[in-house]
Write a protein that binds this ligand. Structure first.
Ligand code: C5P
Length: 240
């Protein structure tokens, strides 16, 4: 049971140094399935950040949210495959052709290198955007509809899943079926005091998984805890 739960947890490595990367991977690698390397860490250290996680025995979700013309994203994705990341993501509004070209390129290169194919996720609509913000950039329609529409488009393009907020899990699952991966940030453990940071629409890990998330992303409630390993054990116990 613990192993099943472990595989579902992604720890957000939002830290500023490679020493901290190594420290957190050492502390948490037996407690989480993936370590998320995001824009800040990758901009600072590049592939060294990914390698630091791997050298300490962790697997990587490369969260760079790629968005460019099809050829450029496909080539960047090829580099991600070569780095040996387990999961990475791109922006669905980059379009069908961009998603399709990327999925295809990843399949080809993984086969050629005899490596497992990474899980490719699409970001639909950033959770920082509301209806008013969408209108500003000329997109009409409720955010919730756009999210499900883009998730479906990603699925048709051969993308494996989406990053979805707690509120979007059920509708994406209904539209895209049981095999589509759903990764959900905005997780706050039941033991965390509510409203302490910028995450507004939150769920507990257990609620998100019960709603249909395959993976949950958790950062600050564990990273800032006095004893991060013990905090992650509490998250695991909540889910179990
Ligand atoms: O610290 P916290 O648990 O809020 O970390 C959540 C992680 O998930 C952060 O790295 C954040 O950038 C990312 N994320 C998010 N909401 C999204 C997409 C990504 O919180 N919609």
């Amino acid at each position: 049971m613990r192993e099943v739960v472990r595989q579902k947890i992604i720890f957000a490595l939002d830290v500023a140094t490679l020493e901290e990367v190594r420290r957190f991977v050492g502390l948490l690698k037996n407690r989480v399935g993936l370590f998320k390397v995001g824009l800040e860490l990758f901009t600072a250290f590049g592939p060294e950040a990914v390698k630091a996680v791997q050298e300490e025995g962790g697997d990587v979700f490369l969260d760079l949210k790629l968005h460019d013309i099809p050829n450029t994203v496909a080539r960047a994705a090829e580099e991600a495959v070569k780095l040996g990341v387990t999961m990475f993501n791109l922006h669905a509004p980059g379009g069908m052709e961009m998603m399709r070209a990327t999925a295809q390129r990843c399949r080809n290169i993984a086969e050629k290198l005899n490596r497992p194919q990474p899980i490719i996720l699409a970001v639909t609509i950033l959770t920082s955007l509301d209806e008013e913000n969408l209108k500003e950039i000329g997109w009409i329609g409720p955010v919730s509809e756009q999210v499900v529409h883009l998730a479906e488009l990603a699925q048709k393009a051969g993308i494996d899943g989406v990053v979805a907020s707690p509120q979007e899990i059920i509708s994406v699952r209904q539209r895209c079926g049981p095999r589509f991966h759903i990764v959900t940030p905005g997780i706050r453990p039941a033991f965390a005091a509510p409203g302490q940071d910028d995450q507004k629409r939150v769920m507990t890990a257990k609620e998100a998984i019960t709603a249909g998330a395959d993976y949950i992303v958790i950062g600050r409630p564990v990273r800032l805890a006095q004893d991060p390993a013990a905090a992650m054990d509490r998250v695991i116990a909540e889910i179990s």
